[in-house]
Design a protein around this ligand. Structure first.
Ligand code: ATP
Ligand code: MG
Length: 711
């Protein structure tokens, strides 16, 4: 499988639609810095939606749209990247859905399968944007695209695209980070991630289960508490009712007792009254008896007076007896009166008591009435209260029941989830078992190594003994080392100052070196401008009367430079001198110095210009070479010698018609001799001598200076 084609429309530096074909194997894209090579990789990351992990070099998606296109001010600008994969060599089961068979197999060519991923980004004028993916023109989501790409082993976190700097970062990674990359490439990391995700899910489910357990526990406790409260309330109600019943009974009994007492008291009063009546009757009979007795006495007294002394004495004795009897009766009467008095008092007291009792009875009945009313009211209230409590409790328990139902449902769902997760975990468990087996193997190895270690330990013990001896030695050495260390510290500070001076000197040296490099470069440039070794030697010798190289005396427009330098040929390196004497001195100098050969053009001996025929009728001719170069008039003879009657033509085509008539050069540097010889082809860069040129871009100041120099 390989990427066969990449097509970009208005993507970053690509201002139109460009298709880049990529061949199987290895394709190199080269170009100067900033020409957009890395933008191709950005485009690939963008189209395949791999920009998440890899650094695509854009802050926001709209930065990916070609800036020039954006500036044009369209309402909507669209960038589109299409990546076409060639899947000819992919096994059928790994081919993503929707791959299109584009080329049927022939004898020479196997069938080719193409798979095309396109991403479009539309940015509005306001800066909002939308992005869409499509596989073979069918819109799809990023997740779907990634799923398909997974079959081709292209992963968002993978290393299918290696960016500028990735290789360096891989080299500088530690072993563990590199191992992660290998895992990623082998597809193990994907499973690791899935395991991690499953674990996280499982943990979350367990957490939830625990939470629900706690809630359940609390609800149960609440239920129990409410149940206990309910039992208590019921008991309270029963007791309350009993109490009310009993207190009513108590009042009834008290009332009856009082009534009984009233009846008893009334009986007693009646009995007392009868006794009083009896006593009054007795009193009356006693009074009547007394009356008869007193009449008897008066009769007896009269009888006595009538009868004399004896009789008087007898009568007196009888009187005395009668008086004694009377006194007894009087005493009896007083006693009876006292008892009557007492009885009357008693009756009085009983009556008041009775009145009191009656009042009390009335109070009690009243009290009983109010009590009965009150208890009834409070009972009714508490009954209502209890009913309200009961219904509240019922509602609560209802709510708890529904919550419990929901919880049970959730629980079963979670169970199912756990089961599915467990099912996915099973293969991983078997893998884990294999790994454990390996761990056991390693442990066995480790045990054998431990045995080895034990034997080594014995050796270590002997070594340790040696070590203690050595340590004693060491302590001695250390004291000497300390003294040495202080010395060393001193030397180190010295060394540091030395080092600093050294770095400073090095910096200065580098500075000087750079200056030297610059000077050397300058010298090189100058030497290049001074032609051969011989001419350089002459120019450097400060010989009086040397005007300079032909190349240094003329200035041309860049347009004609190639033509004029070709026309001048080797003469461009001839040395112009004031007169033949200077030339002779120069030749002498070269001989003496073994400096090689040079050609001198003495101004006093060169012949002047000849008149050149008009070129008006020559089509394609620009002008005579001598008229296309700018020089000091005193060197006219020099340039007449250098160029002769050479004519400059636009093209070789135009020049060919005049072969044999003129010496001709073209703007591309072909040379046509009057003899018919034609020289041309590719130009080497070995020619080091050039005419200078006063470009149009030269500043007024430079032109002025040039003028003054000429004057
Ligand atoms: P190097 O050799 O230095 O790595 P390169 O060839 O990889 O260079 P790129 O980094 O791909 O070059 O291209 C960067 C060029 O793309 C820059 O000239 C930048 O101006 C241009 N560029 C980036 N984004 C846009 C854009 N949205 N619109 C227009 N031009 C852009
Ligand atoms: Mg680059």
């Amino acid at each position: 499988m390989h990427v066969k084609r990449l097509e970009l429309s208005y993507f970053k530096s690509f201002g139109s639609t460009t298709a880049i074909p990529l061949l199987p194997g290895f394709t190199v894209v080269s170009g100067p810095n900033g020409s957009g090579k890395s933008n191709l990789l950005d485009a690939m990351l963008f189209a395949l939606g791999l920009s998440g992990s890899k650094g695509m070099r854009a802050e926001r998606l709209p930065d990916l749209v070609n800036q020039a296109q954006l500036k044009r001010g369209h309402a909507i600008v669209e960038t589109r990247v299409t990546v076409t994969f060639d899947l000819s060599d992919v096994p059928p089961e790994e081919i993503p859905e929707g791959a299109v068979r584009t080329v049927e197999s022939t004898d020479e060519q196997p069938a080719a399968l193409e798979w095309e991923v396109t991403r479009k980004l539309r940015v509005t004028k306001q800066g909002t944007y939308t992005s869409t993916y499509a596989i073979n023109g069918e819109p799809c989501t990023l997740a779907e695209l990634h799923e398909q790409m997974n079959r081709l082993r292209i992963y968002p976190e993978g290393y299918n695209v290696v960016l500028q700097g990735d290789v360096t970062s891989i080299i500088s990674m530690n072993a563990r980070q590199r191992r992660e990359i290998i895992d990623e490439l082998a597809g193990v990391a994907n499973f690791d991630r899935k395991i991690g995700q499953a674990r996280e899910k499982l943990d979350a489910v367990k957490d939830q289960e625990d939470r629900f357990h706690i809630v359940e526990q609390e609800l149960k406790e609440q239920c129990d508490r409410l149940d206990r409260d309910r039992v208590k309330a019921q008991k309270y109600q029963l007791l309350r009712a009993e109490l009310n019943d009993k207190s009513v009974w108590e009042q009834v009994l008290a009332h009856r007792q009082l009534q009984d007492r009233i009846v008893a008291l009334e009986h007693q009063i009646q009995a007392e009254a009868q006794q009083q009546e009896k006593l009054e009757a007795q009193l009356q009979t006693a009074a009547a008896e007394l009356h008869t007795l007193s009449t008897h006495l008066t009769e007896a007294n009269a009888h006595v007076k009538a009868l004399g002394e004896d009789e008087q004495l007898a009568v007196q004795a009888a009187i005395a007896a009668q008086e004694a009897e009377l006194r007894q009766l009087e005493r009896q009467q007083a006693d009876l009166k006292a008892t009557q008095q007492k009885a009357a008092e008693r009756v009085q007291a009983l009556q008041t008591q009775m009145v009191q009792q009656q009042r009390q009875t009335r109070d009690l009945t009243q009290q009983r009435q109010t009590l009965a009313d009150e208890t009834l009211r409070t009972l009714a209230q508490s009954r209502d209260q209890a009913q309200a409590d009961l219904s509240a409790i019922r509602e609560q328990s209802q709510a708890i029941a529904t919550a419990a139902d929901a919880w049970v449902q959730e629980q079963t769902q979670l169970r199912q989830q756990i089961e599915t997760l467990l099912a996915t975990l099973d293969p991983q468990r078997s893998e884990f078992a294999q790994l454990q087996e390996r761990v056991e193997q390693i442990q066995r190895q480790r045990e054998s190594q431990q045995e080895e270690t034990q034997s080594l330990n014995a050796a270590i013990a002997t070594k340790q003994q040696q070590l203690t001896e050595l340590q004693a030695d060491l302590e001695q050495q250390q004291s000497t080392i300390q003294t040495l260390a202080t010395q060393f510290a001193d030397t180190e500070t010295k060394a540091r100052t030395e080092q600093e001076t050294q770095t400073r000197l090095q910096r200065e040296q580098r500075e000087k070196q750079r200056q030297l490099d610059q000077l050397e470069a300058k010298e090189q440039a100058q030497q290049e401008a001074q032609g051969t070794f011989a001419t350089r030697l002459l120019l450097k010798s400060n010989l009086q009367g040397v005007c300079g190289l032909v190349a240094n005396l003329g200035r041309v427009e860049p347009h004609y430079q190639i033509a004029l330098e070709t026309a001048a040929g080797a003469r461009i390196g001839h040395l112009v001198v004031e007169n033949d004497e200077v030339a002779a001195a120069g030749i002498e100098l070269l001989k003496r110095e073994r400096g090689g050969r040079a050609t001198f053009l003495p101004l006093n001996k060169l012949r002047g210009t000849q008149d050149l025929p008009n070129l008006n009728t020559v089509s394609g001719a620009i002008d005579y070479a001598i008229y296309l170069i700018d020089f000091d008039p005193k060197y006219e003879a020099v340039f007449a010698y250098v160029f002769g009657n050479t004519v400059v033509f636009e093209t070789l085509q135009a020049a060919r018609r005049y072969i044999g008539r003129y010496r001709m050069v073209t703007l591309d540097g072909e040379l046509l001799e009057p003899t018919g010889a034609m020289t041309g082809g590719s130009r080497s860069n070995q020619q080091t001598l050039h005419f200078g040129h006063g470009e149009a871009g030269e500043s007024a100041e430079v032109l002025e200076l040039r003028q003054r120099l000429a004057e």
